[in-house]
Ligand binder design. Structure first.
Ligand code: C5P
Ligand code: ZN
Length: 483
């Protein structure tokens, strides 16, 4: 008799085969396949995977990238002429909206967010949670899209690296040695077996093949190293005392150029430094782990390293150039890539300015009883506030507590992003669920994963939202604070 996990797994892969067959049938009709995907790295990687798969199959398709699924967008989709609608890295948390609006349309969802309990007859729903997998850690939106692309045609196995990029973009590497686990591990095997990915254990500074060491250290924000992250000059001073040649002749060395002993020296100095700042040992340990190298990519481009590729896609999306990211993921290079790299530079500058602002200006970052709050007012772009919350939750905060960041949204609402730091003892706390419940009560929309969630609220309801979150975190968190 098959055990429960086996049954779940069978069901998951049966659904994937069904989705693959539906897409193939629609390709044969030559009618428009409409694809809607999410603006973050995972969503763009998913769009790259499906876009390439449909292009190879000579399908008639169009991709749209959105920041979240709203009633307005669904209304626009209703008015279009398409035979199949596919949602990627979103949709599972908006089943009520899709059910109410899209009664006559064939739908597929490739997602890994917690699904709502709504049944839609014409929907083929691919979501790991429906088969008892952990959608936060074990597979991403790009991952489920990849498994379906492979079920459509095994030659799409060469798209496995993009699924790995999607998983890394969604921080699914928060495991021992920063490795990918569960269904992601099977995808890594596909990529390794076809020679597209090399997995090694190394020092995880950002830009290990491309950047001078001090810059790689300054760009590293996971963990956030107070005083060094986002501070290039300080990093140069920090490394100068280590008796390591930072240059060979006129060329800056990269992490990749260093000997094992040199890397150990750097790691040990950072670990001592972090410890002197009161960080737990686990923060330093996140600097060593698995790296995923895309062996077919140019050594000096961000697509070479899985985590850098994810940051690059994320930058395109957050700078409202998601289409460029998808084009690169589908294989475009030349001028498209040049333009996207320029976007990446601008994004880094913007992010660095925002971080300086949040850290240096008094009262932008406040500590309440159970949470931290960032008030981005009109300063921080609504598409970047989530990244700021992610970075600051990974080592900057003195106390391990959830961080809730707010800013104005272009449609007159308030955008909120919440993140829970790695070492926070969550107890029963599921940020995605409480974001959804509280924002619905306040006539907004919200949702997400247990450790990362977002919401869009009506103006002037933000204080009530913060109050409710602060209270619920206190109640559900493992140890209830009493001060
Ligand atoms: O917007 P932000 O990056 O803060 O969102 C964090 C996570 O919550 C993302 O995975 C996003 O897809 C999800 N989310 C959601 N429903 C919303 C807003 C965000 O599922 N309404
Ligand atoms: Zn995702």
């Amino acid at each position: 008799m098959a055990d429960d996990n086996q049954k779940d797994s069978d069901d998951f892969f049966i659904r994937i085969t069904q989705a693959a067959n539906i897409i193939k049938n629609h390709i044969d009709t030559h009618e428009l396949i409409r694809v809607i995907s999410h603006i973050d790295a995972d969503g763009l990687a998913a769009a790259g995977i499906l876009g390439k798969t449909l292009q190879r199959a000579e399908a008639f398709f169009r991709i749209r990238i959105v920041k979240q699924l709203t009633e307005e967008i669904v209304n626009e989709l209703i008015s279009e002429d398409h035979s199949l609608l596919i949602f990627m890295d979103l949709g599972s948390g908006s089943l009520d909206l899709l059910d109410a609006k899209l009664k006559d349309c064939e739908l597929i969802i490739f997602d890994h967010h917690k699904p709502m309990n709504v049944t839609i007859p014409q929907l083929t729903h691919i979501n790991p949670h429906l088969a008892s997998y952990d959608g936060t850690r074990e597979i991403s939106g790009a991952g489920v899209t990849y498994l379906t692309a492979k079920a459509m045609d095994n030659t799409n196995i060469d798209l496995a690296p993009l699924a790995i990029v999607g998983a890394l973009g969604d921080s699914q590497d928060k495991n021992d040695e920063r490795g990918l686990i569960g269904l992601n591990e099977g995808i890594v095997d596909d990529a390794v077996n076809t020679g597209c990915i090399k997995v090694e254990r190394d020092l995880l500074l950002f830009g290990r093949e491309t950047r001078p060491i001090h810059k790689a250290l300054a760009y590293t924000t996971d963990p956030f190293i107070p005083g060094l992250s986002n501070a290039e000059d300080k990093c140069l001073g920090f490394l100068n005392n280590l008796d390591i040649d930072l240059k060979i002749h006129d060329r800056w060395r990269t992490i990749n150029d260093l000997t094992v002993e040199e890397k150990e020296k750097i790691f040990s100095k950072i670990a001592t430094y972090l410890s002197s700042k009161g960080s737990p040992d686990s923060d330093a340990l996140r600097l060593i782990g698995k790296i995923y190298t895309l062996t077919n990519e140019d050594r000096f481009k961000p697509m070479r390293d899985g985590r850098e590729y994810a940051s690059f896609l994320n930058a395109c999306g957050r700078m409202r150039k998601g289409g460029l990211g998808v084009a690169v993921a589908m294989g475009s290079r030349g001028e498209t890539l040049d333009e996207a790299l320029e976007i990446l530079n601008n994004y880094k500058k913007t992010l660095s300015q925002y971080l300086d602002w949040v850290i240096q200006i008094p009262n932008v970052l406040r500590k309440l009883k159970n949470i931290y709050v960032i008030n981005g007012s009109d300063k921080i772009d609504e598409l970047i506030i989530g990244t700021i919350a992610s970075i600051l939750s990974s080592g900057y905060l003195k106390e391990k507590m959830p961080i809730i960041a707010l800013t104005s949204s272009e449609d007159g609402m308030v955008k909120v992003s919440g993140r829970i730091p790695n070492d926070f003892n969550r107890g029963n706390l599921d940020l995605g669920t409480i974001f959804r419940e509280i924002s619905t009560k306040l006539n907004g929309i919200g949702g997400g994963h247990n450790v990362a969630a977002g919401a869009l609220l009506p103006k002037d309801s933000e204080n009530q939202f913060i109050k409710s979150i602060n209270k619920l975190v206190g109640l559900m968190h493992h140890t209830i604070t009493t001060d």
